[in-house]
Design a protein around this ligand. Structure first.
Ligand SMILES: N[C@@H](CCC(=O)N[C@@H](CS)C(=O)NCC(=O)O)C(=O)O
Length: 225
């Protein structure tokens, strides 16, 4: 059976979990945090999530795990058959990772330490997000799914990326980034209503107090050095 390693407060963890649930694959959840030494043996990068496959192979990087799951378990498919259409789905995922997720994530340390991000950092982040907004305005369809008629990996991927964008940019940048893309907020709301997304959200909320405790302890330890 597949084991999913990580914690439910992580949006990357949750997007992989959503794929596993969508594909109706049996899996165990192994609760482990990045700073646990034991985790480095599973993922040398120390980043959540990772999976251990039924064949005892460890795989990390969420998009790589998504591809592995699709290729190994093609039922309830999440990529179009046509290679050009598949590339289009992956293009949307990659742009949302590079230009939405990663810039938004740069705000996290400032949020947790309570110190405001310097203006030059905010400017850098705004520039990257603007490129992402422009590209996603061109590429997304919401007809009814993000890449067109077929529900795809991009729907799951971008939905969980957007949870991070939405958690930090409105407050820290005073900018509702998601509202810039026509149709995106309505689609995000629809995605959040699925049974799978609701289960994942309940699990995320249950994990939040412990996650916050861990993060606070890490910050205090770093400050006392
Ligand atoms: N590129 C990785 C990013 C995963 C990631 O950044 N996960 C966060 C948790 S949400 C993490 O492990 N952060 C700790 C760190 O960056 O060292 C992926 O797609 O899986």
């Amino acid at each position: 059976m597949i084991t999913l390693h990580g914690f439910a407060a992580s949006n990357y963890y949750n997007l992989v979990k959503h794929v596993l649930l969508h594909k109706e694959l049996p899996f165990n959840e192994h609760l482990i945090y990045n700073n646990d030494e034991q985790f480095l043996a599973i993922n040398p990068m120390g980043k959540v999530p990772a999976i251990t496959t039924a064949d005892r192979l460890n795989i990390a990087e969420s998009s790589v795990i998504c591809d592995y799951l699709e290729e190994t378990y093609p039922s309830n498919t999440l990529y179009p058959e046509d290679s050009a259409e598949r590339a289009f789905v992956r293009q949307i995922m990659k742009i949302s990772e590079l230009y939405f997720e990663l810039p938004s994530r740069r705000l996290i340390p400032y949020v947790f330490t309570g110190s405001p991000a310097p203006e030059h950092v905010k400017d850098d982040i705004r520039k990257l997000l603007t490129r992402g907004v422009n590209a996603l305005c061109e590429l997304t369809h919401f007809s009814p799914w993000i890449a067109g008629e077929q529900f795809s990996m991009a729907d799951i991927y971008v939905y969980y990326v957007n949870t991070v964008v939405n958690a930090f940019t409105p407050k820290e940048l005073n900018w509702d980034v998601l509202a810039e893309i026509p149709g995106l907020k309505e689609w995000q709301a629809k995605m959040s209503q699925s049974t799978i997304a609701q289960q994942i959200e309940a699990d995320r909320q249950a994990n939040m107090p412990e996650f916050m405790q861990k993060v606070t302890a890490q910050i205090l330890a770093a400050q006392s050095k």
